[in-house]
Design a protein around this ligand. Structure first.
Ligand SMILES: [Zn+2]
Length: 122
């Protein structure tokens, strides 16, 4: 199900370096209006999780139960993605692209605690 990792991109304020996952008009930290698109590390920590047992349509029904997580990326933004059902709140994870049928999704995989150093990405 998982394809080789392809990093997703974030917007970064050129004035103060604050990261955003969505396009915005002005930086909430410094008010700057100049942004650059930068690759995300894909690393973060699970802040919330939910298991879907009642899928919205026939496509997603074939995958139930599946876990959705909210991950606070090391850069700051929070992204939602899929994860293994064993992934728990507080787990360190890394994002990869995965295909579910013809749907490309972000899938967060657990990171071994000995290879995950908090704060390694400024
Ligand atoms: Zn800024």
């Amino acid at each position: 199900m998982t394809t080789p990792s392809v990093p997703f991109m974030l917007s970064r304020c050129t004035g103060c370096g604050h990261h955003f996952s969505l396009a915005i008009a002005a930086c909430s930290q410094c008010g700057g209006q100049s942004f650059e698109v930068v690759p995300a590390s894909g690393r973060g920590v699970v802040r919330a999780r939910s298991e879907v047992w009642r899928a919205p349509d026939a496509f997603w029904r074939q995958y139930v139960p599946y876990a959705l997580v909210l991950v606070r990326l090391d850069e700051g933004p929070v992204l939602m993605g899929h994860a293994a059902r064993e992934v728990a709140i507080g787990d360190a994870v890394h994002a990869s692209n995965a295909m579910l049928g013809d749907h490309r999704v972000i899938r967060f995989e657990p990171v071994a605690s000995d290879s995950f150093v908090r704060g390694a990405i400024a």
